[in-house]
Ligand binder design. Structure first.
Ligand code: KG4
Ligand code: ZN
Length: 360
């Protein structure tokens, strides 16, 4: 990925990271300077989506076998792009949670072995912290300058197949969870309603395509209420879509368009409330669902109304990748935060963002 070169830019550390928490196998080399600005020097991803598609979800055994098969090649590609040798690296990082244990184990063991043989530090890294800090790597440096230069906080809307969270990022290692989902994640909502319309997994992108010809007002879907206004709930939407599909009254394009419209409204409304509650001047979206143009437009609009900047990083940074892991690990090193246990670091299938100032 091309990045705008900051000038003068003096690299402080070179970090190789491996990400294998779910069904994407990824390696990346990132550098960071003394101010915390990062640059991606090389990255390679193998997406396993096709291997899992016929099972309607991620099969852990297939995921870990594919990680094992592709890791060596991807690490080689990332290093080659970066024009670096293993010996020139300052540290090796890997995602150690949250995620599928058997999948995490592949990447973490590979990275720990490299670190051990090379005599370099191993940096155990939280996947969600990677997502939270990834927008700072975007070519548009507005957010990085506000956060790294002026210590301004931002609200992150994280929308993946497994997470739907609103997080206030106050500093590196300093995160406050503002809201989360009571049931399904938003990506899961697209995937499950898409399955009702007989779309293959992951159905999110196909739902967006299907929605293009549809009427977003055709079907009035419920906007669920939650006790905390910043929490989410998507299971009611799934039920309403099931009933609509079973009724046979609505065209699939109209169902897809109505669902997409409702989800976009829910996400935008809650992001607007989060900006209001926190007084933050910046908002970012990350995660695979951020690829959806209707959702991005709704978020952009609500931020403009709130007078906040809006950053939607390039897709390769939004979806699972290793650059965000390398960068989070590097920023934590720069700030002197704990390294998560070094070579003895455990895996954390569940690992919330709060309390990451003192990794345990
Ligand atoms: O972040 P991600 O790549 O992987 C993780 O879940 O960690 O997110 C994948 C999710 C899937 O549920 C997929 O259906 C959804 O993001 N997704 C979309 C779109 N592209 C991907 N949902 C709606 N519209 C899209 N264009
Ligand atoms: Zn993710």
């Amino acid at each position: 990925m091309d990045r705008v070169k900051l000038w003068p830019y003096t690299p402080l550390m070179y970090i190789l990271a491996i990400e294998t928490s779910a069904d994407d196998t990824a390696a990346a080399v990132v550098t960071i300077d003394a101010q915390g600005y990062g640059q991606i020097l090389g990255q390679a991803v193998y997406t396993q989506a096709a291997e899992h598609a016929k099972y309607g979800g991620i099969v852990p055994e297939i995921a870990s076998r594919a990680h094992q098969l592709h890791l060596k090649r991807l690490v080689g590609e990332a290093l080659q792009q970066a024009q670096l040798k293993l010996e020139s690296l300052d540290a090796i990082a890997a995602t150690t949670g949250p995620g599928l244990t058997t999948a995490l184990a592949m990447g973490a063991s590979f990275a720990k072995t490299l670190a051990l043989v090379l005599g370099k530090p191993f940096l155990a890294t939280n996947h969600l912290e990677g997502h939270a800090l990834s927008p700072l790597l975007a070519p548009d440096q507005t957010l990085a300058q506000a956060f790294l230069g002026r210590h301004e906080a931002y609200v992150l809307l994280l929308v993946t197949g497994g997470h739907t969270q609103l997080i206030l990022v106050r500093g590196v290692g300093d995160y406050a969870l503002l809201g989360t989902t009571a049931d399904d994640a938003v990506g899961e909502c697209f995937d499950k309603t898409g399955a009702l319309l007989r779309l293959a997994h992951p159905a999110g992108p196909k739902m967006e395509t299907l929605a293009q010809g549809g009427n977003p007002q055709a079907l009035v879907l419920p906007q669920p209420r939650t006790a905390n206004v910043l929490d989410f709930s998507f299971s009611g939407l799934k039920t309403a879509v099931r009933q609509a599909v079973e009724s046979g009254v609505y065209a699939p394009t109209d169902v897809a368009a109505s669902l997409q419209h409702t989800v976009a409204m829910v996400l935008a409304t809650k992001l607007g409330l989060a900006l209001q509650q926190t007084g933050a001047k910046h908002a970012v979206v990350a995660g695979g669902v951020a690829a959806n143009a209707t959702i991005r437009a709704a978020l952009q609009q609500v931020c403009a109304t709130a007078g906040a900047s809006f950053t939607a990083p390039p897709l390769a940074l939004c979806t699972d990748n290793a650059a965000m892991i390398a960068y989070a690990a590097a920023l934590r090193q720069l700030k002197g935060l704990p390294d998560g246990g070094g070579l003895a670091a455990p895996l954390h299938p569940r690992w919330p963002l709060q309390g990451l100032g003192n990794y345990s």
